[in-house]
Design a protein around this ligand. Structure first.
Ligand code: ADP
Ligand code: MG
Length: 685
């Protein structure tokens, strides 16, 4: 593409944008309605403004200005006579300004260094030229890739996209179901026609959105259906029951009584482990519902019947926590267990590897270290994956590959409504822990908006003074167009001011693993009072002394994710508090969404609301986490779409089981794309 040199190509590649097809699948993150007009008098900092007026008073200073070589300044004056500062840096000398005709200025309003407001590097449209689009897409792009350039890339991709090859649903079914073709749907979302209803477009609720979601879900369901056929045929280790075995003794010796839900799940798992069919079960349970207990019990169940169990967790800390807890409550059961993480090295590691290979250690806890090539297990009968949405599908596949007959238990706290889980994971059996252990104080959640966040910091101060600990969450990386949000470093600095004397640590995804573990350990053991971090703290860690969590820029997260985050506090005796702080420019709708969390402490309620408002994308884990490579699932507002897609897939497979027909070409390509992006159900099922 013209305009894309090696540097921009690299930046785009880092976001997974390599081919024209990738560009097509990268839908605008939002839209700006250029049919709207914002009076200058009513502007606020942070909003994206569309201003009609005339440019005047243009000056260009060609000497150094801070880190810039030149600065051009002008005013835009609107029909009401109000004016606003417009600034450009380093404009090329050939840039021309239409100063004697009406223009449209589009960009983000910022504070001017000399006071008042300004707009930097806006887009300028000449109204008389008739070149103004009705609706302007805004993409999430890496720094250095202009919106306009990306628009041109997409336009080229649309021109070259073959008409029927880019949709998965065969034309015949598509016509019957009254669905837009994929190419037409993509065109409508990248280049919205002038008569598009803006609200539906902004909400992801147009026919084009629905068609894309349906198309993708169809491919996904085809992959599931084919996988199901294969996994049904596979034999699993049959783990014999022992009447008075270690698993039964473990349950009897617990310091508390298992909940009715835990018992129900244990019975489900027990039956399946005993059978000769391979178990492929997903255990859904809200944060704190006691999933670990099921994993421990199942591990003992494997051990007592002469098989090995491997329990994999996404972080070293979590694996270590499981290992220690297991030793504490099941150490006396008579079966050896080991911990295998990147930190276990040297002679100790060699010893564990040898014992695992010989089958001398029946139970092993670990991280990704478990799926390194050096690890061999003599007789893997059970593979448990905790916080499974944090793993890529290849990771799961590799763990399961350690034993051809391994029964698989996937555990997740992602609050997926039951109906959705059943539709989405038709290749898995689903167990649900729908009951919390008794005696939990609910977490009190408050929604605030910047700058009215004093209450949250006061609460942190009080808790730290009382010897408790606090989390504070900030988004680290910002897309260029959103610049100015708080990074973890900025947050920590700010916290240092409002919490004098507090010991503050920082943690984010770009730190090395060892460093993260060290910070987390310091926080857990009380050498730090406050942890300023990105959402990497979301996963399963238990620090009972943590009583407050403050999430800044909270409107950026899905409700399900916020629910997981607040589950980090209130795990000890003391009640937990959660403050969700929305940015100053967050809209009323965003605040209303956050209020859902203040109203309900149930993961299931949150999930329903999240699904209604944002589709299942957040519930399924993000593309980045490698959970599911679905791009358009976020547009599913109604789980019925998933079932419908599954029915269509079944219908088509009955007609063309091997997908050999010419009409299946699009479906074949779509499945291949899912598989290439790391989604390989064939291996996990
Ligand atoms: P999660 O489902 O989020 O992984 P955990 O397994 O970590 O939850 O359990 C959370 C806490 O609840 C742990 O401290 C665990 O010991 C405790 N717990 C689990 N089951 C029960 C129960 N039946 N009664 C009381 N406490 C329980
Ligand atoms: Mg857990």
């Amino acid at each position: 593409m013209r305009g894309v040199g090696p540097k921009r190509a690299d930046a785009l590649r880092e976001r997974g944008l390599v081919t024209l097809g990738d560009a097509l699948a990268h839908l605008p993150r939002r839209y700006l309605d250029l049919r709207r007009r914002d009076p200058i008098a009513g502007l606020r900092e942070g909003i994206d403004a569309v201003i009609e007026g005339r440019l005047e008073g243009l000056t260009i200073r060609a000497r150094r200005y801070g880190r810039f070589r030149s600065v051009s300044r002008a005013w835009i004056r609107d029909a009401a006579g109000a004016r606003l500062r417009v600034v450009w840096f380093n404009l090329p000398s050939y840039a021309e300004f239409p100063t004697d005709e009406p223009v449209l200025i589009v960009g983000r309003i910022a504070a001017a260094p000399e006071g008042g407001l300004q707009i930097v590097h806006p887009e300028v449209y000449r109204l008389a030229a008739g070149e103004t689009p009705a609706i302007r897409p805004i993409y999430a792009l890496p720094a250095g890739v202009p919106q306009r350039l990306f628009g041109e890339i997409v336009a080229a991709a649309l021109r070259r996209a073959p008409d029927d090859r880019i949709g998965a649903i065969p034309a015949e079914l598509r016509a019957r179901e009254n669905l837009l073709g994929a190419r037409a749907a993509l065109a409508r979302l990248h280049q919205p026609p002038a008569d598009t209803e803006f609200a539906a477009l902004a909400d992801g609720a147009t026919d084009a959105h629905r068609a894309l979601a349906m198309d993708e879900m169809f491919a996904f369901q085809l992959a599931l259906a084919r996988d199901r056929v294969r996994s049904r045929a596979r034999a699993g280790a049959a783990l014999e029951r022992k009447a008075d075995g270690a698993a039964a003794r473990f349950l009897a010796a617990l310091p508390f009584r298992p909940t009715a839900a835990q018992i129900k799940v244990i019975l489900e798992v027990d039956t399946e482990l005993a059978s000769a069919a391979q178990m492929n079960r997903l255990l859904l349970g809200d944060v704190g519902s006691g999933k670990t207990l099921i994993a421990f019990w199942a591990a003992l169940r494997a051990a007592e019947s002469g098989w090995q169990a491997a329990i994999m967790a996404p972080t070293e800390l979590l694996a270590e926590q499981h290992f220690r807890n297991f030793q504490r409550i099941a150490g006396g059961c008579g079966y050896l267990s080991a911990l295998l993480t990147a930190s276990v090295a040297g002679a100790e590691r060699a010893r564990i590897l040898r014992a695992l290979e010989r089958g001398e250690i029946p139970i092993v806890f670990g991280t990704h270290a478990l799926i390194q090539r050096s690890v061999r297990l003599a007789r893997l009968g059970l593979a448990v994956i905790d916080e499974q949405h944090r793993f890529g599908v290849f990771d799961r596949a590799r763990l399961v590959a350690l034993g051809a007959q391994a029964n698989v238990l996937l555990m997740t706290a992602t609050p997926i409504p039951r109906s959705l889980a059943l539709a989405l994971f038709r290749n898995l059996d689903v167990s649900i822990l729908d009951e919390m252990p008794p005696g939990r104080a609910p977490i009190v959640t408050r929604v605030l908006r910047e700058p009215e966040s004093g209450e949250a910091y006061a609460a942190m101060r009080a808790e730290v003074a009382a010897g408790h600990r606090a989390y504070c969450v900030a988004p680290l990386t910002e897309d260029d167009e959103d610049g100015g949000g708080a990074s973890v470093a900025a947050l920590a600095k700010n916290l240092g001011r409002v919490l004098p004397g507090a010991r503050i640590g920082t943690m984010h995804g770009r730190m090395r693993a060892a460093e993260k573990e060290r910070v987390m350990r310091d926080f857990r053991d009380g050498r730090l009072d406050v942890l300023a971090a990105t959402t990497i703290i979301e996963v399963g860690i238990d620090v009972p002394e943590a009583t407050v969590i403050v999430v800044t820029a909270a409107e950026r997260y899905g409700l399900a994710q916020l629910h997981q985050l607040r589950g980090r506090v209130g795990r000890g005796g003391a009640p937990g508090r959660c403050f969700l702080i929305a940015s100053a420019n967050a809209g009323g709708q965003a605040l209303a969404r956050l209020e859902t969390l203040a109203r309900s402490s149930s993961g299931a309620d949150v999930a329903h609301e999240d699904l209604r408002l944002r589709g299942p994308g957040d519930l399924l884990g993000s593309r980045q986490s490698g959970a599911l490579a679905l791009s358009f699932a976020a547009f599913i507002r109604d789980p019925a779409i998933i079932s419908r897609a599954a029915d269509l897939a079944a219908e088509w497979l009955a007609r063309d089981p091997k997908l050999e027909l010419e009409a299946s070409a699009g479906a074949r390509a779509a499945i291949r794309k899912l598989l290439n992006s790391g989604f390989s159900l064939g291996d996990i099922g």
